[in-house]
Design a protein around this ligand. Structure first.
Ligand code: NAD
Length: 495
């Protein structure tokens, strides 16, 4: 009998109203059934919105430092369960244990960061024009927030949204990706154990069309925070538009690492391998383009290919594995399709095969794949593949490298390896991306710095840092006139 996991609505665990279920299987071994999850529909979303609306007043009126204490306790609970959650996460989405532990750690960091905000949530007090009058700005919660998340960072991304939303006084409904519903259950269990009141955090499992769209379109959901593909982000934006609904979008990427001839090549090599093949290339910040300065091309690629071939591929639960499977069959098919396109567009240096024998026979495994001599406008250099595929593009100098890097519709993460401080600062200034690393790979965000991108990667919001508070709160300006008479701003003048 498979384990059955439930939705959480208004403080109660419950199945979908329709009684439908979907399966969640291990991508490293599809015989391993993790459990059955409620396949929810609009009626379940409506119930969750009602519960979140009912809980809103109680939660927003709880002093923010008190809300912060609950989040602090939640951080401690996640820390105590880190290993258990990481193991389950590896089982359901495939990335290796070291990475799922890091994913949970990001949730813990976010909890402590948000807990501290409970005693800040700074506004401004500013001088005003007229005598005996006081001016300040304060943050106010928005209401019920719909959180829609992808599968690649089941804990980090859910907590990046949920904890800032909560500290600002909002109530939430989480709709996790259907590939990683179990991690979301573990998160909500920890939320409840920390003492967050019923209805403040609700969990509704299901598909994008069955749950995501009804949540986006529900008039009482005042904000949607979405992380996922640019195509779905655009669809959500068109649905939110007519309701003038607040919307934060974190979307795709086609991130590049530049390696200049003067770089520490050993360091750049480690960065490229980790950036391209970490999380099996399924990070929104993954390095999918390597822009290489021509003088070092041959030497660098020779070692890169040697090292890529040595990457140990298998179940992420084995401590010796360096790269796990792709998350599902659809993602594998996407990778295979792009490798076929790449073979026509560029030179295949290594990889290019599905692994389906022996220990790999029941999973969605694929070799680390590198293409060289890729034209900057080739499809494999422009479209997000979301797999272990690296496209290498030649650059003649720094200006050429930056021009190639910027020549994409995305703008999430970027990186440059150089020992030339002038080149590094020019890159920081001229690269069009939300994140630039100098002498580090494109991956590795920390919660105290803003996270997000430009162009088709988003719509101008940032997660993490104090900047995320601007997504989850409304500014209110407050004027207190203690003069006892009518004073007219811009009309009455003070002699
Ligand atoms: P996806 O867009 O297919 O799905 C994301 C979530 O949206 C899932 O929960 C899904 O069920 C839901 N959904 C799907 N269609 C919907 C609709 N029409 N309305 C409402 N909800 C809908 O993305 P994915 O395959 O889960 O994740 C991979 C994508 O996410 C990649 O493009 C990656 O770059 C992006 N991503 C971006 C960031 C970032 O911070 N910029 C982080 C991680 C992943």
């Amino acid at each position: 009998m498979a384990d059955r996991y439930l939705n959480h609505i208004g403080g109660k665990w419950m199945p979908a109203g329709d009684g439908e279920w979907f399966e969640n299987r291990n991508p490293a071994d599809t015989n391993d059934l993790i459990g059955l999850f409620p396949k929810s529909s609009k009626a379940d979303v409506d119930a969750a919105v009602q519960a979140a609306s009912d809980a809103f007043d109680g939660w927003r009126l709880m002093p923010a430092p008190k809300r912060g204490e609950l989040l602090y306790r939640l951080g401690e609970i996640l820390a105590a369960r880190k290993e258990e959650i990481a193991r389950l996460m590896t089982r359901e989405m495939g990335k290796i244990l070291k990475e799922t532990r890091g994913d949970v750690q990001e949730g813990i960091d976010t909890a402590f960061y948000a807990a501290g905000e409970g005693r800040r949530l700074f506004g401004d007090t500013v001088p005003v024009e007229l005598p005996n009058k006081f001016g300040m700005s304060i943050r106010q919660p928005i209401g019920v927030c719909g959180l829609i998340t992808p599968w690649n960072f089941p804990m980090a991304i859910a907590t990046w949204k949920m904890f800032p939303a909560l500290i600002c006084g909002n109530t939430v409904i989480l709709k996790p990706a259907s590939d990683t519903p179990a991690s979301a259950v573990k998160l909500v269990e920890a939320v409840l154990e920390a003492g967050v009141p019923a209805g403040v955090v609700n969990l509704v499992h299901g598909t994008g069309s069955g749950v995501g769209i009804p949540m986006v379109e529900h008039p009482d959901v005042r904000l949607i925070s979405f992380t996922g593909s640019s195509a779905v982000g655009k669809d959500i934006a068109t649905r939110c538009g007519p309701q003038l609904k607040r919307l934060s979008l974190e979307l795709g990427g086609k991130n590049a690492q530049i390696v200049m001839a003067d770089a520490d090549l050993g360091l750049a090599l480690e960065g490229a391998l980790w950036g391209a093949f970490g999380t099996t290339g399924q990070r929104c910040t993954a390095t999918s383009r390597l822009i290489i300065h021509k003088p070092i091309k041959e030497k660098f690629l020779k070692i890169l290919v040697e090292r890529a071939r040595q990457i140990r591929i298998g179940s992420g639960l084995e401590e010796t594995t360096e790269m796990g499977p792709l998350v599902n069959e659809g993602q594998l098919e996407t990778v295979m399709k792009y490798v076929e396109i790449g073979k026509k567009e560029a030179k295949l240096l290594c990889g290019g095969n599905r692994l389906s024998a022996g220990a790999h026979r029941n999973g969605w495994f694929y070799e680390p794949t590198i293409f060289a001599e890729v034209a900057p406008r080739a499809r494999i250099a422009q479209e997000e593949i979301f797999g272990p595929v690296l496209s290498v593009i030649d650059a003649s100098d720094l200006e050429d490298a930056i021009r190639i890097l910027n020549d994409t519709r995305y703008g999430l993460s970027s990186s440059i390896y150089t020992r030339d401080i002038n080149a590094a600062f020019r890159a920081i200034r001229d690269i069009e991306a939300g994140i630039t690393y100098v002498n580090g790979p494109t991956i590795g965000a920390e919660v105290q710095l803003p996270f997000g991108g430009v162009k088709d990667t988003g719509n101008g919001h940032r997660e993490a840092s104090h900047t995320v508070l601007d997504t989850f709160s409304e500014w209110k300006s407050v004027y207190v006139d203690y003069s006892g008479k009518l004073q007219k701003a811009q009309i009455d003048t003070v002699e």
